[in-house]
Design a binder for this molecule. Structure first.
Ligand SMILES: [Ca+2]
Ligand SMILES: [Ca+2]
Ligand SMILES: [Ca+2]
Length: 116
């Protein structure tokens, strides 16, 4: 599983954060310590043969960017990025033991938000 540094089958919050920090650094193409929307999605593969994202994809990307950019200054700082990282981890860690494994995360992501 991604971010499982010591390969014990689950990811601790420390491993998770280290992975996300490394990801932030990779995404920050110009190294100014913050991500523009272009930087954040530069590595998102386009669907099919189209180089440009579809309108729908672009809309999803914008709303994701706005979600991360909590102070709405048009850039996502490491602090903002890591705040979302914490939320993602908490969402996956169903039994709240500070570790996430693949099955747990898959189950968490499949849970639909409060329908029925
Ligand atoms: Ca940047
Ligand atoms: Ca911001
Ligand atoms: Ca857990």
């Amino acid at each position: 599983m991604r971010y499982d540094a010591n390969k014990d089958g689950s990811v601790t919050i420390e491993e998770w954060k280290a992975g996300q920090q490394a990801r932030f650094k990779r995404l920050d193409a110009n190294g100014d310590g913050k991500l523009s929307q272009d930087e954040l999605f530069a590595r998102t593969p386009a669907v099919g043969n189209s180089v440009l994202p579809t309108d729908r994809q672009a809309g999803q990307q914008s709303s994701y960017f706005l979600l991360l950019d909590t102070d709405k200054d048009g850039f996502v700082t490491l602090t903002e990025f890591m705040a979302q990282t914490d939320r993602n981890f908490a969402r996956c860690d169903l039994d709240k033991n500070g570790r996430v494994d693949t099955a747990e995360c898959r189950q968490a992501l499949q849970r639909k938000p409060a329908t029925r």
